[in-house]
Design a protein around this ligand. Structure first.
Ligand SMILES: CC(C)(COP(=O)(O)OP(=O)(O)OC[C@H]1O[C@@H](n2cnc3c(N)ncnc32)[C@H](O)[C@@H]1OP(=O)(O)O)[C@@H](O)C(=O)NCCC(=O)NCCS
Length: 140
């Protein structure tokens, strides 16, 4: 499968809300509930859009930043139909190359145990301690 990867590539809110629902097993949010285009334009230092030869969305990753040294990967998503073909790993590589070129020194990610092989073995992240506080949920 030939896939094209574009830093800050075009996408529609509908495409991303469909992919998000599939990737994270949520309902499909409406374009006004989750306005991805506004979100990345306001809060991201970039993002990567992957598309197959026919133009179908083949993956996405959002990258947020402190504007200087640290960047974070968020919402890495690949449709079920094209998983385990290297798309996720390549999305991370393209994101890393872009933020490195922009002068960032560190790329961060956090993830569940089931993705240790993906992030550590396949994408090359170094294991580290991290912390998380749930701000809106029942445990806050
Ligand atoms: C995680 C995700 C992005 C991986 O995308 P992908 O395109 O399938 O990943 P790749 O094909 O690049 O995987 C490369 C290697 O990582 C490992 N890997 C990938 N997905 C894995 C999984 N679910 N479990 C264990 N190892 C995995 C494998 O070693 C794989 O190589 P192999 O297929 O030759 O065995 C995709 O499964 C996804 O969208 N999941 C739902 C959303 C999600 O959880 N996102 C991450 C949030 S932190």
């Amino acid at each position: 499968m030939t896939v094209d990867y574009v830093w800050c590539g075009e996408f529609t809110n509908g495409e991303l809300n469909m992919l998000h629902a599939e990737a994270f097993e949520t309902r499909v949010f409406g374009d006004k509930e989750w306005d991805w285009r506004k979100q990345v334009a306001t809060h991201s230092c970039g993002w990567v859009v992957a598309r197959g030869e026919d133009g179908t969305l083949a993956g996405f990753v959002n990258v947020i930043s402190d504007g200087l040294v640290h960047a974070w990967i968020q919402d890495l998503m690949v449709p079920n139909s094209v998983r385990r073909q290297g798309v996720g790993r390549r999305l991370v590589q393209v994101a890393a190359e872009a933020v490195r070129a922009g002068g960032h020194e560190w790329l961060h990610v956090d993830f569940d145990d089931e993705l240790i092989d993906f992030y550590i073995e396949s994408c090359g992240f170094t294991p580290t301690n991290a912390g998380l506080i749930e701000l809106q949920g029942s445990r806050s």
